[in-house]
Design a protein around this ligand. Sequence first.
Ligand SMILES: Cc1cc2nc3c(=O)[nH]c(=O)nc-3n(C[C@H](O)[C@H](O)[C@H](O)COP(=O)(O)OP(=O)(O)OC[C@H]3O[C@@H](n4cnc5c(N)ncnc54)[C@H](O)[C@@H]3O)c2cc1C
Length: 468
Amino acid sequence: MSDKLEFDVAIVGGGIAGLVCGVRLAELGVRVGVLEKGEHDRYPCNARFSGGAFHVCFHEVNEDESVLADVIRERAGNAATPAYVEAMARDTRTAVKWLKAQGIKFIKAGHEAWRSNTLAPPLVAKPGLHWEGRGGDVMMRTLTAKLKEARGTLLLGTKALKLRMDGAKCVGVDVEQGGQRAVVTARHVVICDGGFQANFDMLRKHITSAPEKIKQRGAATSHGDGLRMATEVGAQTVGLDRFYGHLLSKDAMHNDTLWPFPMADHICQAAVVIDGNGRRFVDEGRGGVFIANHVAKLADPLSTSVIYDEAIWDGPARDFILPANPNLITAGATIYKSPDLAGLAQQLGVPAAALQDTVAEYNKAVDAGTTDKLVPFRSSSAHKAHPIRKAPFYAMPLCAGITYSMGGLAIDASARVLNAQNSPIAGLYAAGCTTGGLEGGDLVGYVGGLAKSAVMALRAAEHIAESK
Ligand SMILES: Cc1cc2nc3c(=O)[nH]c(=O)nc-3n(C[C@H](O)[C@H](O)[C@H](O)COP(=O)(O)OP(=O)(O)OC[C@H]3O[C@@H](n4cnc5c(N)ncnc54)[C@H](O)[C@@H]3O)c2cc1C
């Protein structure tokens, strides 16, 4: 280990954002070092664990730019800054093309258009986490080889601690390697450490009062170091209160076969989600990512359950890549079953009268087409409300799984980190899930983590190379 390392550009984090940025800079002849805290060549990160679908709000990346821009604005509302929307709508296809040119293979992994650009080979349709040799892992290994081939450096076991400043300009980063502190000097630093989802203090401050009751649905390698380091030097943050994640069986808290798949989203968004008092508390029609965020906001995020019937179990629960029916059962999820709601309430330990009232009121609104009058409101434009009437009845205790934090560092269209006055901090860039300004908002709009990371990583690289 050296105690002084020098690059033109130092990149913090070697996930998809860090490696894409590193490879592009190295291709452009820039001397780049990717600092990755993982110690082994198959170090865990969300990119390696991912399902590999490049999409924009579940739209195919080659769709008309204006359609992509509209759908981002519709989902994320004010959370999406114009610069980020424009970048995603215009450049996601370019990023996929660039990855293909690096030798990364994509396939159409299903009949849906949004799965047309999925990293090959796709995930195996089996409950639990199976990343080895799948598309995310192959992409990471291909990018690592490309970085080396282009004379870039990947420093494993190198954890970024603190940015180095010369006045108002970022000029490097202090790191820890093998228990020793070292200095990395660079003319530019790009933060790509993936968010703050695994930092309980930050989760407690921004997302949930009980982070220990939220399932880490990912590599859990991102502790918000980039966010902390950049805010220490004046960076602005945006939208820290939302996350991308899904609903899982509560048993996922201790049973590893139940995460990251199968998810419970397709049941929840068709049926009724209740709290520990047997009452609805969220608009289920907004979908799994939205519901998961609201579960996390409860005082006890492990107090919720989904209530459904045989028709939902045989219908929407059979939907999606690894359907809830039958995979939740084969993976060992606790599911209560009863010929009537009173029996279900007893097994769940919620007041029977409250559960019966909740379901009766919901069914009445579904029949009358007035779910928008329910309290809380139940929308049905994105996900249809199904009646809960056909015995047997089911209840599954839930937990919210967090994959990555949606908010983060404010950046401009060239991925430069902005200060409180909206001016770029000299020498400092950010890309990937450490950035905010695209996803979240009132509707918890999810745009796409892989696309977001690759697009801004390439923009950062191009801008740095041009300004050399
Ligand atoms: C199960 C699963 C399925 C998914 N499926 C999809 C999908 O189909 N489509 C999609 O678009 N997205 C998907 N995602 C999300 C996607 O994987 C992420 O959005 C994306 O990987 C984020 O990239 P990143 O580079 O920002 O972060 P990451 O890929 O997580 O990389 C961050 C890296 O930074 C390193 N790091 C952290 N702190 C430091 C530090 N202080 N110093 C040095 N290094 C540090 C970490 O070790 C890690 O290697 C999925 C994620 C999971 C977990």
